[in-house]
Design a protein around this ligand. Structure first.
Ligand code: GLU
Length: 428
């Protein structure tokens, strides 16, 4: 599982197989859960602003819906592959199960780079994706949401196309919509805040005060920015964040030893989370290579970008002081790196638990859409905190009792729940 040959779906299956062994899962249940139940691969022709047509490749993978309709985001990324979407769909199944919401797992994507697409072209791409999938998604089948490089505006275009095709209003068809257009207050903050709710609980269990901790964060998109926000409000110091630089096609780490200033960095950040290097330097930030975030002398690491960032190679660079890793991204850590972290005794809050705040709030968004009554932000965030905290406590309690690595404990809970639902339905 070296970075050169990294395959996220192979990694997701490897993680599954290990826990299936631990649970002594029967063969039919394994066969059912270790691969997606349904997949859609399609082409989306888009009329570009200059009159030409470009054909994009789109995907939707529905991994499992034993516990409820499939749920998961749609990612726009130039490196998107069928196996990436398969892995992300599978992780969504475990994510919804670990926070115990009545949803299954799905994921979608388009191979594209939105940096190079105008707003109108992105709108046509969103509508084209829905035209291909309109018969196979819906509030009772499969509910999409934002992911990397997609946002509430994309969700609204998709909703509009879906409602136009079906001739009715279906506000519960998609989540992550703009507030005022069926979106939920707190949805934008939810994933990043959720990471910090679980981190806060982990610190409490280890008797560490947030004020006495420092953190390094990878990424500066939606998840990272709100994780930084809440962690700093708890009193923690974020020493650096990193981000992708579109012009140089590489990433950089932005460090300020006494603590980064979120508002000033946001001022010089584009809508994809890219920070302006020259302006950051002028503000007193050290601009370091992209992987420098992992080697900082901090207590906490928060990878909040993409898959395969903490792998056999980079894990060796983790500073000696690091005690906790809270995974904001999906699949940031490979099994090889897990082995190293187990050895080092680093406490991991695994991705599908740590970043489940987004989908939990999506579930609240659906609930509010169904009632056609929308909650105040405090109510949304209060309920989110409750869900995330109890999911974290259940996983850490199992990990302690059975002496399991946190990722394995989370998998035990999720896989058991999905296996049970599949058995209860008489599927296996
Ligand atoms: N894309 C997000 C995730 O990976 C959110 C999914 C959702 O809200 O359905 O968890």
């Amino acid at each position: 599982m070296e970075s050169k040959t990294f395959n996220p779906f192979a990694m997701a299956q490897h993680q599954f197989d290990q826990v299936a062994d631990l649970l002594d899962l029967d063969v039919p249940t394994r066969d059912l859960l270790r691969a997606p139940m349904r997949e859609f691969h399609f082409l989306i022709p888009v009329r570009m602003d200059d009159g030409s047509v470009r054909v994009f490749r789109g995907y939707r993978v529905q991994h499992n819906d034993a516990r409820g309709p499939c749920k998961g985001g749609i990612r726009f990324h130039p490196q998107e592959t069928a196996d990436t979407v398969r892995a992300l769909a599978m992780w969504m199944t475990w994510k919804c199960a670990v926070v115990d919401i009545p949803l299954g797992g799905g994921k979608g994507g388009v191979v594209c780079d939105p940096h190079n697409l105008s707003q109108r072209e992105q709108e046509r791409l969103c509508r084209g994706w829905i035209r291909q999938m309109a018969k196979n998604v819906g509030p009772l089948e499969d509910v999409p949401a934002p992911d990397v490089m997609t946002n509430p505006q994309h969700m609204l275009w998709m909703l509009d196309e879906y409602e136009t095709i079906h001739g009715k209003k279906y506000p519960g068809f998609i989540t992550g919509k703009p507030v005022g257009m069926g979106g939920s207050l707190g949805r934008t903050e939810a994933t990043g805040y959720g990471v910090i709710y679980t981190l806060r609980e982990a610190l409490k269990e280890q008797d560490i005060r947030p004020e006495d901790t420092t953190a390094a964060v990878q990424g500066f998109g939606n998840v990272s920015q709100f994780a930084v926000d809440l962690y700093q409000r708890l009193g923690g110091t974020v020493v650096c964040v990193s981000c992708w630089d579109q012009a140089d096609q590489t990433s950089y780490t932005f460090r300020k030893a006494q603590g980064i200033h979120l508002a000033e960095l946001r001022e010089i950040t584009d809508r994809f989370g890219g920070i302006d290097k020259a302006k950051a330097k002028a503000m007193g930030y050290d601009v370091l290579p992209g992987d420098a975030w992992i080697a900082q002398d901090v207590d906490i690491l928060i990878p909040a970008a993409l898959e395969n960032q903490v792998n056999g190679e980079t894990v060796q660079k983790i500073g000696p002081k690091v005690r906790i890793m809270a995974e904001g991204a999906n699949g940031p850590t490979t099994p090889e790196a897990d082995a190293f972290m187990k050895e080092r005794g680093i406490f991991v809050i695994p991705d599908f638990l740590a970043n489940a705040g987004g989908v939990t709030c999506s579930y609240f968004e659906q609930v509010q859409c169904n009632m056609n009554y929308f909650w105040e932000k405090d109510e949304v965030l209060g309920r989110l905190d409750q869900k995330m905290t109890s999911a974290f406590l259940a996983v850490s309690d199992l990990a302690r009792r059975k002496k399991l690595y946190m990722r394995d404990a989370a998998y035990v809970i999720s896989i058991s729940r999905v296996a049970q639902a599949s058995r209860d339905r008489g599927w296996v």
